[in-house]
Write a protein that binds this ligand. Structure first.
Ligand code: ATP
Ligand code: SKM
Ligand code: MG
Length: 266
């Protein structure tokens, strides 16, 4: 068993969802919650942006280490700041921490999208996309190294991620490696269905076009061409067989035809 920890600590890149998921675990599991960034703001009596402005990143990191030390035996969920792995001193604290440490792994694309919407992280304002990417690559192995478990978050809602983490408390030790792989599989499945739902949005526009120009719903030549192109493009893969392409495309195309017919009342 991963055993229900006294302290559960969430780490990961800025915008990975540490604060949001931490609050959600606390809500679902009736635990206490603390956010290191908020605690730094409380201790300093200033916002993080003001701490960066007045004391620089170095001043902020000193406060961060202080608070990180203080929360090591916090009874509940701790959300860290994205830069907690920046200092070697912090890595030492995390390596010998009594807490169970979970890495919320995501992808750069969705993370940057969310951060731009929020627009509050000082490092986001001052770094170029290339620098941001370099920061991601530099931090990723550090999060991996100090974490007891990595959860894949792409395509999952905060509530789903929280439930996945809570389920770990009753998992058998032998199951953990498998659960970590399943976390990735579940994220891919969500991405597949997200892509399919975006495909339907395009189908909707195609139906409008066909209606405008009086084009029939079913285009046999196009359907055959699409399948044969896919088979050729994936011919190197031993997993994606021609039969699999046929099966999946039959489902997708039939659903698209049904949707177009409904839309066009045909
Ligand atoms: N799984 C998710 N799906 C969709 N939106 C999410 C998800 N997780 C977080 N968000 C949104 O992304 C934004 C950033 O999330 P959050 O503040 O929890 O990140 P963080 O990891 O705590 O970042 P930081 O390191 O800067 O503290 C928020 O607006 C939040 O609502
Ligand atoms: O990734 C980072 O370095 C940071 C992330 C935020 O959580 C804050 O701790 C601060 O904006 C720095
Ligand atoms: Mg946060």
């Amino acid at each position: 068993m991963i055993k229900e920890p006294d302290t559960l600590m969430l780490i990961g890149f800025m915008g990975a969802g540490k604060t949001t998921v931490g609050q959600e675990i606390a809500r679902q599991h009736h635990s206490r919650f603390i956010d290191i960034d908020s605690e730094i703001e409380r201790v300093a009596g200033k916002t993080i942006a003001d701490i960066f402005k007045e004391r620089g990143e170095k001043g902020f990191r000193e406060l961060e280490t202080q608070v990180l030390n203080d929360v090591q035996t916090f009874d509940g969920i701790v959300s860290t700041g994205g830069g907690v792995v920046e200092r070697e001193e912090n890595l030492e604290i995390l390596r010998s921490s009594p807490a169970t440490i979970i890495y919320l792994h995501g992808n750069l694309e969705s993370t940057i999208g969310r951060l731009i919407l929020e627009g509050q992280r000082p490092l986001l304002q001052e770094k170029s996309t290339a620098e941001f990417f370099a920061l991601w690559q530099e931090r990723d192995p550090k999060y991996e190294e100090v974490a007891n478990f990595t959860v894949e978050t792409v395509g999952k809602t905060p509530a789903r991620i929280a439930a996945e983490i809570i389920a770990l408390f009753s998992a058998n030790e032998d199951e953990l490696a498998l659960l970590q792989l399943r976390s990735q599989i579940d994220a891919f499945d969500r991405q597949i269905f997200q892509t399919i739902s975006e495909r339907f949005l395009v189908v909707e526009s195609v139906a409008k076009y066909k209606e405008k120009f009086g084009i029939p719903t079913v285009q046999h030549d196009r359907m055959l061409k699409l399948r044969s192109e896919l088979k050729s493009d994936f011919s190197e893969s031993t997993d994606i067989t021609d039969e699999m392409i046929d099966n999946i495309m039959t489902i997708l195309m039939q659903a698209a035809i049904d949707k177009e017919n409904r839309q066009l009342n045909r």
